[in-house]
Design a protein around this ligand. Structure first.
Ligand code: TRP
Length: 458
């Protein structure tokens, strides 16, 4: 059955294009903006270790499962879940998994776009020479100026949403294929340039130690590390599933998943190696929060040879990385509207874009006029702003839950014959995968959840 389905949205030209697009989705603000600041907030070494374990034991197996579901279903996650559940003669109720993904996707995009807006504004700040010879206090006040101005944030957020809608409305495949091919390697190269600068600060080893020396971590920290493994690999909400639906049958899912996870992890670690030496060299606070890269990297650009150019190119590439991620966040929703409501891609994109833009206002205001409007949820968090709340609920609750049920569906609901059809090019790896998604991955997610609310102690 699965073999006869084709996607009405088209297919990737070849496997490399799929890997590039999925890497484009995975590598984004999560790696360069979020990973360093949450590592800083959660004390470094142990957090990084837990994160790496989660990538290997939870992330990679779930990525294989998600690509597989998408490739068999060949539709938006909502319809894929309906089709696969039917094919396996199971309850159509599995459709909620697709719906949760759609909701998580646009909630994430609503704040992702605001942060991408910060990166855009930094292209111009760097280009204008604002950081030449700057001090740590100087960068700090430049950052505070930006985020305390709702109008400016709103303008950048709007621009980024328009850019995202433009690509999504034209179809994911036209455009990003080419962009990703040369932009990703360039981003990688520039990160290395900044790491080399970080080596000259005299504090490189402090940075390395912070990242890799185990310390202490609490249950919440472990949950945040796991949530980030999902976030950074774009897992748990159907983004990778929908990309998988454009993949043809004769490509190896196993290899693709490993490549994507590897590239993503290397970029995150490089970002950490670039940022923490600068933090320590300038007496900054590793736990400074969401502004961390905007309060550290400009110091490097203001002091290194040719820093203005490096800085402009770097922030431009960061915007591109965010762009190729953002489009994957609403592709599931757009694909669904095209399939079920007969909308054109353009109309569907605009509709969802406007809605997402509107929710994004909450994040824009979280940093200024709503700074003191906070939320608390028992056992989860206290006094979080709108932005913190959205981020926590999506990354640490919705994505792991989505991933948990994707694993359960792939390992317990689908017949073994169905998954073997898709993944068994390497029998040994298939066996390992099956043990992981059947037992280890679901158990790990559940234990981390229970541990975070204090129900058990590990
Ligand atoms: N992975 C991207 C990043 O690290 C963000 C992202 C894109 C994402 N698509 C996603 C996160 C789907 C969760 C789910 O920046």
């Amino acid at each position: 059955m699965a073999e006869q389905r084709t996607s009405i949205h088209g297919q990737w030209t070849n496997r490399t294009v799929f890997i590039l697009a999925a890497t484009g989705s995975a590598v984004g603000l999560g790696n360069i903006w979020k990973f360093p600041y949450i590592t800083g907030e959660n004390g470094g070494g142990t957090f990084v270790l837990v994160y790496l374990l989660c990538i290997a034991l939870i992330g990679i197996p779930i990525m294989m499962a998600e690509i597989m579901l998408g490739r068999r279903g060949k539709q938006s996650p909502i319809n894929t879940m309906i089709a696969l559940a039917k094919e396996e003669r199971r309850s159509p109720g599995w459709v909620w998994l697709g719906w949760m993904g759609v909701v998580a996707g646009f909630l994430i995009l609503s704040y992702y776009s605001v942060i991408a807006g910060w990166a855009m504004s930094y292209v111009f700040r760097t280009g204008g020479g604002m950081f030449l010879g700057v001090t740590a206090d100087g960068v700090n006040s430049i950052f505070t100026d930006l985020v305390s101005d709702p109008e400016r944030l709103l303008a950048w957020h709007t621009l980024f949403m328009v850019m995202t809608m433009m690509v999504v409305s034209r179809g994911v495949k036209n455009g990003i294929e080419r962009a990703v091919t040369f932009l990703m390697p360039l981003l990688f190269g520039l990160l290395i340039v900044i790491v080399i600068y970080a080596m000259t600060t005299g504090y490189f080893m402090e940075g390395v130690q912070f990242l890799f020396t185990p310390g202490s971590i609490d249950g919440k920290g472990v949950l945040i590390a796991m949530g980030h493994a999902f976030f950074t690999l774009s897992l748990g909400m159907g983004a990778i599933m929908v990309y998988g639906s454009y993949l043809s049958k004769d490509h190896s899912i196993v290899q693709a998943a490993i490549w994507i996870a590897l590239a993503d992890t290397v970029v995150a670690l490089l970002a950490g190696l670039a940022i923490f030496p600068i933090v320590f060299a300038n007496g900054l606070e590793p736990g400074a929060g969401p502004g961390l890269i905007f309060q550290t990297l400009p110091i490097a650009f203001g002091h290194m040879q040719g820093g203005t150019l490096v800085g402009v190119v770097f922030f431009t590439l960061l915007v591109f990385a965010a762009w190729t991620s953002a489009i994957s966040l609403i592709e599931p929703a757009v694909a669904y509207l095209v399939e079920n409501k007969g909308l054109t891609r353009i109309y569907a994109s605009v509709l969802i874009g406007v809605f997402t833009w509107f929710v994004g206002l909450g994040t824009v205001f979280s940093f200024n006029i709503w700074k003191d409007k906070t939320f608390s949820i028992p056992y989860m968090f206290d006094n979080f702003t709108f932005f913190d709340t959205l981020d926590y609920l999506t990354a640490n609750i919705m994505l792991p839950l989505g991933g948990l049920f994707i694993a359960i569906f792939a390992a317990w609901v689908m017949r073994q014959q169905s998954t073997r059809d898709e993944l068994a090019t390497y029998p040994f790896i298939y066996m390992v995968w099956r043990v992981l998604v059947r037992f280890i991955t679901p158990l790990a997610v559940i234990v981390v959840f229970l541990n975070a609310i204090g129900a058990i102690k590990i």
